[in-house]
Design a protein around this ligand. Sequence first.
Ligand SMILES: NC(=O)c1ccc[n+]([C@@H]2O[C@H](COP(=O)([O-])OP(=O)(O)OC[C@H]3O[C@@H](n4cnc5c(N)ncnc54)[C@H](O)[C@@H]3O)[C@@H](O)[C@H]2O)c1
Length: 247
Amino acid sequence: MAQTQETQRVAIVTGGAGGLGFAIAERLADQGHVVAIWDLDEERAGAAAARLPKAHGYGVDVTDRAAVDAAMSRVVDEFGPLGILVNSAGHNGPLEAFADYPFDGWRFVMTLNLDAVFHCCQAGVREMLKTGYGRIVNLASIAGKEGNPNAVAYSASKAGVIGLTKSVGKELATTQIRVNCVTPAAIETEMLSQLTPEFKAFVTSKIPVGRLGRAEEVASLVAWLASEECSFSTGAVFDVSGGRATY
Ligand SMILES: NC(=O)c1ccc[n+]([C@@H]2O[C@H](COP(=O)([O-])OP(=O)(O)OC[C@H]3O[C@@H](n4cnc5c(N)ncnc54)[C@H](O)[C@@H]3O)[C@@H](O)[C@H]2O)c1
C-alpha cells in the first residue's frame, strides 16, 4: 500500500528548547509542519526555533494554566487549527530516599510533570475537537512503569501521565484524535545532568542494549505517533528503552 501524503499541520512542542523536545521539534519541522516551541525562557525558545524552518518560539510556563490558554489561542490565531501536541516539558526533581523525600520537591514535580500535562492536553483537546482531528504524544518514562528507587515523585508523576493518556485516548477513540505516550529509558540529554553519576550509572546498567538512548531515537517514534499513519493506536504506551522494559 502506498504511504499517505502527510498534511502539513500546526504542532506545539512543550519543553521544545531542550533535549528530547528539540529533537522532536526538529523532526516535525523537517516534515514540513509549522512548529511552535513552548519553553520557560522566551529567548531560549526563540533561539531554538530560529534553528528550524517554519518554527516559532514562545515563552510559556506550562504549569501556569492562564499562560497555557493564552499561548494556545495565540498559536491557533497565528497559524491555524492545532494538529499536533507533544508534551515534553519535565524535570527529574529531587533524588532522595523516600524517608527523607521533601514534600515541596514532590509538589514541584507533580505540578510540572503531571498537572501541566493536564493543562496542555485539555487546552489542546478543546482545539482539536473543533476539527475532529489531532495527535497528542506525552513523554512519560520507564520510571512510570517500573518505579525508580529514590525518585518517588518522578516515578509517580510519569505513572500519572500513563493513566491520563490511557483515559483521554479511550475517551476520544471515536474521533480522529489519537492520544499516546512514550516511555523512554535514560536518554542522553541535559536532563541527565540532573542525576548523580551513581544514579546515571544505575539507569544505564539496566539497559540491555548497553548504552544510553539518543534523542533522535525517541523523536523518530514520536514523529510516527504524531502522524496520520498512527490511526489505529490510541490510549497506548510505546516503549523506547533499549530492551529494559518487560511489558
Ligand atoms: N532524558 C531522559 O533520559 C528521559 C527519559 C524518560 C523520559 N524523559 C522525559 O522526556 C521529557 C523531556 O526530557 P529531556 O531529557 O528533553 O529534558 P530536558 O531537561 O533536556 O528538557 C526539558 C525542557 O523542558 C523545559 N521546561 C521545564 N520546565 C518548564 C515549564 N514549567 N514550562 C515550560 N517548559 C519547561 C526546560 O526548559 C527544558 O527545555 C521529560 O518529560 C522527561 O521526563 C526523559
